[in-house]
Ligand binder design. Structure first.
Ligand SMILES: [Zn+2]
Length: 244
């Protein structure tokens, strides 16, 4: 059976002299693992379309449980991500999170749109890494069903005022009046988190947050994600090491 869909290569591992195994996040079938025979041969037309981070139109051939790339035509290579080790590492972290959270064998258009939009913002410099990293983390957790409860105070039920507290292990917020174990966040940060989790995809990027608040948000969202995942991420460790 053959089927066609668009997808981005999350991972590519070489097998033998000329073959590759790809992990592709596709629009219609979620994460697909497929052999790309001959992909490494220099003149293969599949060569560039099967590189990591390349967004391509794929045709897969399915034989029982295994998939083979029948054809691949690149749509967007995001090649300029390679100009910056910081950008490239962050992109690889996004790929690692997609491998972790995106579904298999079912449509994953929201997951695909999230990574394509974030890579576009990253490569064009329209949004900073500090803006995109927590946005990606909180949004993919929300898509996967781990949205924090950012509504009223979890203790008294009141809307938090200018200062709120976010409980990283419980994923809830508290107001400033209730004693709580949370991390202090401004109203601006709380509103940004609410927007990231609930805004429609086309409005996801249209908010601003001061540099210092982005630092706080980065720390919170990373800790919240690691708390949910319960294991480290190789690309995240590498990315964080670049800034020490
Ligand atoms: Zn309260």
């Amino acid at each position: 059976m053959k089927f066609s869909t668009d997808g981005i290569v999350l991972k590519a591992s070489d097998v033998g002299d000329s073959d590759r195994v790809l992990t592709v996040l596709t629009k219609d079938y979620g994460v697909v693992r497929a052999f790309a025979n001959g992909a490494k041969r220099l003149r293969s037309s599949k060569q560039s379309a099967t590189q990591p981070l390349c967004y391509s139109h794929f045709t897969f051939f399915q034989n029982r449980d295994s998939f083979v790339v029948d054809d691949a035509q690149s749509i967007e290579t995001f090649f300029r991500l390679r100009d910056s080790i910081e950008n490239l590492s962050l992109a690889q972290y996004f790929c690692e999170l997609e491998c972790e959270y995106a579904p298999e064998t079912e449509p994953a258009e929201d997951y695909l749109r999230l990574i394509l939009n974030c890579l576009h913002m990253l490569v064009t410099g329209k949004k900073s890494r500090k803006f995109l990293k927590p946005l990606f983390e909180l949004r993919i957790l929300t898509l996967a069903g781990y949205m924090p409860d950012l509504g009223a105070c979890a203790k008294c039920g009141e809307e938090p005022g200018d200062t709120a507290y976010f409980d990283i292990s419980a994923g809830v917020v508290y107001c400033g009046k209730c004693p709580n174990p949370g991390v202090k966040i401004s109203k601006g940060i709380l509103n940004a988190m609410r927007r990231i989790c609930t805004a429609p995809a086309e409005k996801l990027f249209s908010f601003e947050l001061a540099e210092k608040s982005l630092d706080t948000l980065c720390g919170i969202s990373e800790r919240y994600l690691l708390m949910q995942a319960r294991h480290p991420f190789k690309a995240l460790d590498f990315y964080n090491k670049l800034f020490f």
